[in-house]
Design a protein around this ligand. Structure first.
Ligand code: XUL
Length: 537
């Protein structure tokens, strides 16, 4: 047991749809959690599921001022609950790849925040771009082609930056901004990621980014752990001076701004560590740092599949990404955009509850009698589909409620399995997190398709938990109270398993083997992408 009883540790997770604060107490393993939903709480910003979708749904932005209001509100909750004076260190997690554009006033304004005024009122005029493109944006295909050409082809881009030039990543997004609005680009003094922007609000100055988030940009050399000169030059002019410092692993950025002490009751010694993306934070929250046998699936607004890497892969792939980790190593990740929103679409289309959705998965036969759906309701990231369309094969009729529920869920999990073949050995255990991890039908299906034991935990927001654990890890080790990642994870998660699903040999056979469902799905997908014959089923 940890004997420094004074400190609690705080993790924020600014996800697509909400802001969550998780406070952990290492003296007794307690976890406190508070969330604010953007659509509900801030209707003036007119978001749907946290974002603003323009026209043909390729341009997806959010207003960073909404995030600022949410930070202000959640800090007030922590003060009211009298938790803020007990926080020893804070870590931030945020949806990855979104960029925030600040003008030359930003540094001055952030350093002089007045504690008698709300946050937003003071920083309203520090933005050089009113809205931020977020991870759901897929409007930069042209810029991806340009960057790829400038860097000598896709294999080079993958080897250098860990990902092919990717529509939602900051590099292509910044290039598009520079091309479309050069005067505003000129007025931009700092381009941060969402995680560094939120951290900037806490420390009262422009914050660095970490390699968990910083490698998901197409701007860094992942082997050197630095911004890549060639990638920056392929993106936009004078980008170097606009980007924050890139830190390879967790570090303290110093103490909280005086504003947080005066307005929300934090102690002046409360430290803040560098922020990171939601997936690298989840890796910590699920106890996967240094672990190569277990993998994670996050069923959130996006579905992701990720884990640590034994060794850096060389770039012979066009899908998936490599990011840094809190301990300075590497993780892989695949992201699927048609995640919970696509499931929700089907659920609402047939007037079902989540309970009904799960029951259908638990009571219908694995394999959906050979019927297949490709659920590209919106542009898909993996595989790359820029013009969305929903495909149904094998006589799957649109009015067939059960067939469509099973169809979408099987498609999502089979796609995850097939597209992660490059990511090393298949896991024996998969840890599932995010809102969808509440759904026993989905857990069972994952165990069947992956032929693995599946576990979920009581804390559903493993990203916010991970951010809090990173803060605790940094702070306790600094004080000489040596705690490994695993010890901390055991304390907050291992004892709190919510559900376990086991695969049966018979069910697994339905998906695996020659001509079984995984290979049928693969053929259907190849056909839909124009890469193969019509499977004529
Ligand atoms: C990962 C990705 C999403 C976002 C939002 O590459 O784009 O998972 O981080 O959660």
């Amino acid at each position: 047991m940890i004997d420094d009883l004074n400190s609690l540790f705080l993790g924020f997770d600014l996800s697509t749809q909400s802001l969550t604060a998780v406070v952990i107490d290492p003296s007794n393993g307690e976890v406190y959690q508070y969330s604010i939903d953007f659509d509900e709480q801030y209707p003036a910003y007119k978001t749907q599921k946290g974002v603003l979708v323009e026209g043909a749904s390729k341009v997806v932005h959010a207003d960073p001022r909404m995030w600022v209001e949410a930070v202000d509100d959640i800090l007030n909750v922590l003060r009211e609950k009298r938790l803020s004076p007990r926080i020893g260190c804070i870590g931030v997690s945020a949806q990855q790849h979104g960029t925030v554009y600040l003008n030359r006033k930003a540094e001055y304004v952030l350093s002089r925040l007045d504690s008698s005024q709300p946050l937003l009122k003071q920083i309203n005029n520090i933005f050089s771009r009113p809205t931020s493109p977020v991870w759901m944006d897929s409007s930069t295909h042209q810029e991806c082609l340009e960057i790829t050409a400038a860097l000598g082809g896709e294999a080079n881009v993958v080897r250098l930056t860990g990902s092919r030039a990717t529509e939602r990543f900051p590099g292509p997004q910044i290039r598009k901004f520079w091309k479309e609005d050069p005067p505003s680009y000129q007025k931009t003094e700092h381009i941060g990621l969402i995680s560094s922007f939120i951290t900037s609000l806490l420390i009262g100055r422009v914050a660095p980014v970490d390699s968990g988030d910083g490698f998901g940009t197409n701007l860094a050399d992942i082997r050197k752990g630095k911004w890549s000169r060639e990638a920056l030059m392929a993106t936009s002019p004078d980008l170097d001076s606009r980007l924050p410092k890139l830190l390879r692993k967790d570090e303290s950025l110093g103490t909280v701004a005086q504003y947080l002490v005066e307005r929300y009751g934090f102690t002046p010694t409360t430290e803040v560590i560098v922020g990171s993306g939601d997936n690298p934070n989840s890796l910590v929250g699920l106890g996967l740092i240094g672990e190569t046998e277990r993998r994670a699936i996050s069923l959130g607004t996006s579905d992701t599949y990720f884990g640590c890497m034994r060794k850096l892969s060389d770039g012979d792939r066009s899908e998936g990404h490599i990011f840094g980790t809190a301990d300075g190593n590497y993780m892989f990740l695949l992201c699927f955009k048609n995640g919970s929103l696509a499931r929700e679409h089907i659920k609402n289309m047939y007037n079902l509850s989540w309970n009904d959705f799960s029951e259908i998965l638990l009571t219908t036969s694995p394999g959906n009698e050979g019927r297949i759906m490709l659920p590209f309701f919106s542009p898909e990231i993996t595989p790359l589909v820029l013009n969305p369309k929903v495909w149904r094969f094998g006589g799957l009729a649109e009015e067939d409620v059960k067939g469509n529920v099973r169809g979408i869920a099987e498609a999502q999990i089979m796609s995850m399995y097939l597209h992660s073949a490059w990511a090393g050995e298949r896991p024996k255990t998969i840890l599932v997190t995010g809102g969808g991890s509440d759904n026993p039908g989905l857990l069972k299906l994952i165990s069947q398709v992956f032929n693995a034991v599946v576990q979920t935990f009581e804390v559903k927001d493993s990203a916010a938990l991970g951010a809090a654990i990173r803060a605790a890890h940094w702070s306790l080790n600094k004080k000489g109270i040596v705690k490994s990642w695993n010890e901390l994870w055991d304390l907050f998660t291992k004892e709190k398993v919510a559900e376990t699903a086991y695969p049966s040999e018979e069910d697994v056979q339905i998906y695996h083997g020659k001509d079984r469902l995984l290979s049928v799905y693969d053929s259907c997908e190849k056909f839909a992408l124009g890469l193969g014959e019509n499977p004529r089923m």
